[in-house]
Design a protein around this ligand. Structure first.
Ligand code: SF4
Ligand code: SF4
Length: 440
């Protein structure tokens, strides 16, 4: 009989919250507490709260499974107080569970950052470059836990729940086969017929990427497809040439340090100081960066860039650039925590509504109801790499007939990676280095 871990590996479960780390590896650990992350702090997305409302039983079963695997004695579902329907649905089930509890938090950004969440639940701070398991915690997105519940029953990951919003007439949250194109999902939300002048953000507006190829597809980690005019502030800032941001950093930054004062990782005592990175750029003096070790603690939340800086600069992008340069040089963080958590932390939490306003997204901050019936599509292009690690190796060939759930790609031995499965019934039409296309 297969173990839970083997079943989860077979089903191709990866982190649904965005990063896509293979779950069978992440949870193959001893832990004290498992935290189900239901905060969903990225503006406009409506996936996790509806997953919690719709599938509370599966979520709790998935959480219980991970607790059994890791030996954790405590399971916590952490979500915002304002998700009242989800709280109600989960409360009824959790009351029957001895070791599982709800932890309700305020509506602030970035509440879903796992380091913030670990602190909210355990009072412990995760050191620079370390994982939550270093303080005995594993954080798993609520969608991942639902997929774990299915995996244990032998159901692989073939669908993805995704919010489609922005410049569309009917914002909606859809269950679509993995590999469905963005143009198809935008059409289902009555998006623009002429896509000229619009761009997509894949994921959330703060941390997601800009995509202009609408034939690209939904993967196991896609939580949002957001249509915005290409002149929108968020698109312009995300696509500005790096040179321009450097020039502005040199000429405009007033060193007011608001970016540092509101940085949520700085507030936790991790000493991330974006204003010093801006100073280093301004003076072309790397010494001015300050605590190089602390740069690794930046979580790319974008708060400094989209909220804190009154001069409309991009300090977050500068920190990310320095972090990437240090990583490329093989420099690793020293896992120490320099300061205590700020006593001002609660006062420095940025309310989500104000963040959305500052992003210029209030007009799009609408409900996007879940359509639970899976969308039917006649073709899918399933990427071989939807996860952290090595790409999947195809196990089918052109012309093979497949059914929804058929294994079509697998990982070599113990390599970091995840299986992929057909997401519709059909025939393998094309196999490339990048994807497997199936036509119904
Ligand atoms: S980047 Fe903006 S917020 Fe940060 S120090 Fe410079 S002007 Fe102030
Ligand atoms: S993006 Fe900015 S605010 Fe967010 S953690 Fe990094 S430095 Fe801090």
């Amino acid at each position: 009989m297969k173990t839970f871990i083997e079943k989860i590996k077979d089903a191709g479960v990866v982190g649904a919250g965005g990063a896509g780390f293979p779950t069978h590896i992440k949870i193959n650990n001893k832990a004290d507490v498992i935290i189900a992350n239901g905060a969903e702090c990225e503006p406009l997305l409506r996936v996790d709260r509806q997953v919690m409302e719709k599938y509370p039983d599966k979520l709790v079963k998935g959480l219980d499974t991970v607790m059994q695997i890791t030996g954790a004695k405590r399971g916590v579902i952490c979500l915002k107080k304002k998700y009242e329907k989800a709280v109600e649905a989960l409360d009824a089930i959790v009351k029957r569970e001895k070791n599982i509890e709800l932890h309700l938090i305020d509506d602030f950004y970035p509440a879903g950052d796992e380091v913030q969440m670990v602190y909210e639940v355990t009072g412990k701070v995760v050191a620079p470059g370390a994982l939550p398991i270093s303080v005995g915690a594993i954080v798993s997105n609520v969608g991942t836990l639902v997929n774990i519940c299915d995996a244990v029953s032998g159901i692989p990951v073939t669908e993805r729940i995704v919010t489609v919003t922005g410049e569309v007439r009917n914002p909606v949250t859809l269950k679509v086969p993995v590999g469905t194109s963005f143009e198809q999902v935008v059409k289902l939300a009555s998006g623009p017929e002429d896509t000229h002048g619009f761009s997509l953000i894949i994921g959330g507006p703060a941390m997601g990427r800009v995509e202009n190829d609408w034939t690209e597809v939904v993967t196991k980690t896609t939580g949002g497809v957001i249509v915005l005019p290409e002149s929108h502030r968020v698109i312009v800032k995300k696509t500005a040439p790096l040179d321009r941001d450097y020039r502005l950093a040199k000429s405009v930054c007033s060193q007011c340090s608001f970016c540092t004062q509101l940085c949520p990782r700085n507030v936790l005592g991790l000493n991330v100081q974006p204003h010093k990175v801006m100073r280093a750029v301004g003076y072309s003096n790397t010494e001015a960066i300050g605590d190089i070790n602390a740069v690794f603690s930046c979580c790319d939340c974008g708060l400094c860039t989209f909220y804190s800086c009154d001069m409309d600069l991009s300090p977050g992008r500068m920190v990310t650039t320095v972090k990437q340069a240090l990583t490329a040089k093989g420099i690793k963080p020293d896992k120490t925590i320099p300061y205590e958590v700020s006593q001002m932390r609660d006062y420095k939490k940025v309310p989500s509504g104000r963040f959305i306003e500052r992003l210029g997204l209030s007009v799009y901050n609408l409900e996007a109801p879940l359509r639970d019936e899976p969308v039917k599509v006649d073709r899918v292009r399933i990427p071989l790499k939807q996860h952290i690690g090595a790409p999947t190796v195809p196990t089918v060939k052109k012309g093979d007939k497949v059914k929804k759930g058929t294994l079509i790609g697998t990982v070599d031995g113990d390599a970091v990676g995840a299986n992929i499965h057909a997401s519709i019934n059909g025939v393998v039409y094309e196999i490339t280095d990048h994807h497997i296309e199936i036509r119904a």
